[in-house]
Structure formats: structure tokens, C-alpha cells
Design a binder for this molecule. Structure first.
Ligand SMILES: NC(=O)c1ccc[n+]([C@@H]2O[C@H](COP(=O)([O-])OP(=O)(O)OC[C@H]3O[C@@H](n4cnc5c(N)ncnc54)[C@H](OP(=O)(O)O)[C@@H]3O)[C@@H](O)[C@H]2O)c1
Length: 253
């Protein structure tokens, strides 16, 4: 018996990277995992990995910046598996380059805010009513160390959107705690996903490692284990928390 046996867990943005690691770990722990993304091939590959080791997963494609698409996915999940017990609103990313604010174009601003803050809002808005009806549920959002502390080289639209996710998480946690629903947020530092391994030059990785008291960068599995803790009853009395998964690079009191 795993700690999430028979729980229906929707992990948005689980066609790759951190979301895929969360989906795989939740499936290992007995959850019925709903994988989500836009890339059908990548989704099929993660689903096959889960099924190969005896786990259960289904996959849906939807754009999380569009409420109608998330709502259609929610309805199909309920038909196939029943209501969502655990939501990990993970889909997102930085959609504008770092740079001076006056050189940040409006399209980049909107893309980062829509793709992170609005997407998280829409996903929670869609899934929460059924959780409230059932007086049970667990929501995990994903911020970033970029939303925890200002850094001159961080993309400002992304940092602002992620900081918005943190207060959104806490406001919802305060609203729904009395109904038995917990809402927490994970703020990862640089995580060596497939994309980051391709994108970040070796020399920069060395510099980044030096910024971490625990002398390595994070892995998708580091974030997945933190998500498992928040999704399980091990964290039953924790809500409204921002959990830095950051190798000590972020220490906020
Ligand atoms: N990696 C890091 O160092 C790091 C650090 C701090 C925070 N984070 C946060 O952690 C989360 C996951 O990051 P990651 O590095 O694992 O990203 P990634 O490898 O780029 O994967 C992003 C995932 O989100 C999905 N996605 C993005 N926008 C979407 C949209 N509009 N509609 C539907 N799906 C969408 C992608 O789907 P498709 O590819 O199928 O389209 C993919 O599954 C993000 O919120 C990110 O901001 C990452």
C-alpha cells in the first residue's frame, strides 16, 4: 500500500520535467495519476514509463490558460476516474527573457503572467468547487525561487507571476481550510530538468552550484518528494506554506 493509494491526482504540466517526476512518484505511491500537457508524444512516453512499472495513469491535453479546456479535462477525468483528490498545478515556465524592465515587452509580460499566475488561478477555480462539495482535497502550486527573492538577472514577469502564485495559494488556503482542504506551494531553485540540462552551459552550472549551501542543483525527484509530503497525510496540519526546495539557496524567515 502506497501513501496515495487510489487517490486521483491531476498533475498539470506532467509531459516532462518536474511534473513528470511528480506523476511517476505519485503513481508509485498508488495514486491514479492524470498526466497533462500539450505534447501528445511526450505524454505517451511518461504514461508508458508509469505503466511499465505497474502504475496507473491516463493523459489529457489542454491549454491551462483557457478555462474551457481545463473544464473539459476535469469533466472527462470525473467520467473516467471520479473527482480529483489531489491537484498539482505545476504547468508553467518563464516566457520572457531576463532584462531591464523598460526593455521587457508587453507580450512577454502577458505570456509569463498568463502561463503561470492566470493558469494556476484557472486550474484551481476549475477543480476547487468539487473539492468544496466533498469537503476534501489537496492542492499544491508551484512557484520558484525567482518569486521568493529579487535577483537582478531573473526575468521580472516570471518572478512577479510566481510571487502572485504564492499569495494566491495562501489566500485560497485561508478560505478553504475550514472545509478540510489544504493548499500549499513549492518554490524550487534551479532544477536539472532535461530542458535545463540542454539550456544551461556547463560553466554556469558550476557557478550556480556554488550558490547552494548543499553543493548541487536540484533534481525533478527532489521536487517530487516534497510534493509527495504535501500531498500525503504526513503533512496533515500544514497549509498555506511556501516550501523552498532550494538546497539552502533561499532562506526566508
Ligand atoms: N526547472 C526549474 O529549474 C524550475 C525552477 C523553479 C520553478 N519551476 C517551475 O516548475 C514548473 C515545471 O517546470 P519544468 O522545468 O519542469 O518545465 P518544463 O520541463 O518546461 O515543462 C513544462 C510543463 O508544463 C506544460 N505547460 C506549460 N505551459 C502550458 C500550457 N499553457 N498549457 C498546458 N501545459 C503547459 C508543458 O507541456 P508541453 O511541453 O506538453 O506543452 C510541460 O509539461 C513550472 O511551473 C516552472 O515555472 C521550474
Amino acid at each position: 500500500m502506497g501513501v496515495l493509494t487510489d487517490r486521483v491526482a491531476l498533475v498539470t504540466g506532467s509531459s516532462r520535467g518536474i511534473g513528470a517526476a511528480i506523476g511517476k512518484l505519485f503513481a508509485e505511491e498508488g495514486a491514479r495519476v492524470v498526466l497533462h500537457g500539450r505534447d501528445a508524444e511526450a505524454l505517451a512516453s511518461v504514461q508508458a514509463d508509469i505503466e511499465r512499472v505497474g502504475g496507473g495513469a491516463i493523459s489529457f491535453r489542454a491549454d491551462v490558460t483557457k478555462f474551457s479546456e481545463i473544464e473539459a479535462m476535469r469533466s472527462k477525468i470525473e467520467e473516467r476516474l471520479g473527482p480529483v483528490d489531489i491537484l498539482v498545478a505545476n504547468a508553467g515556465g518563464s516566457f520572457s527573457p531576463p532584462g531591464p524592465i523598460e526593455e521587457t515587452d508587453e507580450a512577454g509580460w502577458h505570456a509569463s503572467v498568463e502561463g503561470n499566475l492566470t493558469a494556476t488561478f484557472l486550474t484551481i477555480k476549475c477543480v476547487l468547487p468539487r473539492m468544496k462539495q466533498r469537503k476534501a482535497g489537496n492542492i499544491i502550486t508551484i512557484s520558484s525561487s525567482a518569486g521568493r527573492k529579487p535577483h537582478p538577472n531573473a526575468p521580472i514577469p516570471y518572478s512577479a507571476a510566481k510571487a502572485g502564485i504564492q499569495i494566491l495559494t495562501q489566500a485560497v488556503a485561508a478560505q478553504v481550510g475550514p472545509l478540510g482542504i489544504r493548499v500549499n506551494c513549492i518554490a524550487p531553485e534551479t532544477i536539472l530538468t532535461e530542458r535545463n540540462q540542454q539550456r544551461i552551459p556547463e560553466a554556469q552550472i558550476k557557478t550556480l552550484i556554488e550558490m547552494h549551501p548543499i553543493r548541487r542543483l536540484g533534481t525533478p525527484e527532489d521536487v517530487a518528494r516534497a510534493a509527495l509530503f504535501l500531498a500525503s497525510e504526513q503533512s496533515a496540519w500544514i497549509t498555506g506554506m511556501i516550501l523552498d526546495v532550494a538546497g539552502g539557496a533561499v532562506m526566508v524567515s
